[in-house]
Write a protein that binds this ligand. Structure first.
Ligand code: TYD
Length: 215
């Protein structure tokens, strides 16, 4: 039986979500909670291998449906091997990206359609959905400028898309936010790191105080 909490974190490139959730994981662990910090695509060996194929800038020939299927395959393996066992054991799973990324990037921005992309993902995830999703909202131009400044970060195949693609990604996320207001909480990621962190931590702590995990 599922006893933990499943929190997914979403947003465009350069929203700062990865750094924020690393700090959040440390803080929650410091309070004695069991936290599993992980990411998509990846998080375990098989899914990291799929990630390498999807994000390789050399793979310019990749068909958009192949891309969507590979994300779903990586998602399935990561869920089965890591997320579901961690939830069953009462941990808080903090996952950098999940289903909404596929809906926003492949479904909306690539133009496959959110319903179509949802249907292959339903096969992959069954009934496992995040309890809560933090959506880090930032103007695509600002996000891309932040990546530009952060030279240490790997540049992947999707980062190389034109600005119009990233604008559609954001549009997709905003549609999801409207559709699932109970699950998806918007964080204004255009502010300073400390302000963004504060907003995100408040949302998570409130949720935990209302639905305290077992461990
Ligand atoms: P990553 O370097 O982890 O990006 P970020 O630091 O912005 O999270 O690379 C993941 C890339 O894969 C990112 O461009 C978003 C994209 N993506 C999808 O298009 N669909 C998906 O389902 C997932 C999980 C990620």
């Amino acid at each position: 039986m599922r006893q933990g909490l499943f929190i997914s974190v979403e947003g465009p490139e350069g929203a700062g979500k990865s750094t924020i959730i690393k700090k959040m994981a440390d803080e929650l662990e410091g309070k004695g909670l069991s936290v599993v910090l992980t990411r998509e695509p990846g998080g375990i060996t098989i899914a990291e291998e799929i990630r390498r194929v999807i994000l390789d800038p050399e793979n310019t020939a990749m068909d958009e449906r192949t891309e969507a299927l590979l994300y779903a395959a990586a998602r399935r393996q990561h869920l089965a091997e890591k997320v579901i066992p961690s939830l069953e054991n009462g941990s808080i799973v903090l996952c950098d990206r999940f289903l909404d990324s596929s809906l926003a990037y492949q479904g909306h921005a690539r133009g496959i359609g959110m319903e179509e992309v949802y249907s292959i993902n339903k096969f992959a995830i069954g009934d496992t959905m995040p309890d809560i999703t933090l959506y880090f909202d930032v103007e695509p131009q600002i996000g891309l400028e932040r990546i530009e400044k952060n030279k240490g970060r790997e540049v992947n195949r999707l980062d190389l898309e034109a600005i119009g693609f990233h604008e559609r990604v954001r549009e997709g996320y905003l549609m999801l936010l409207e559709k699932f207001p109970e699950r998806i909480k918007k964080i204004d990621a255009g502010m300073t790191f400390d302000e963004v962190y504060e907003q995100a931590l408040n949302v998570v702590e409130l949720y935990i105080s209302e639905h305290r995990p077992v461990k």
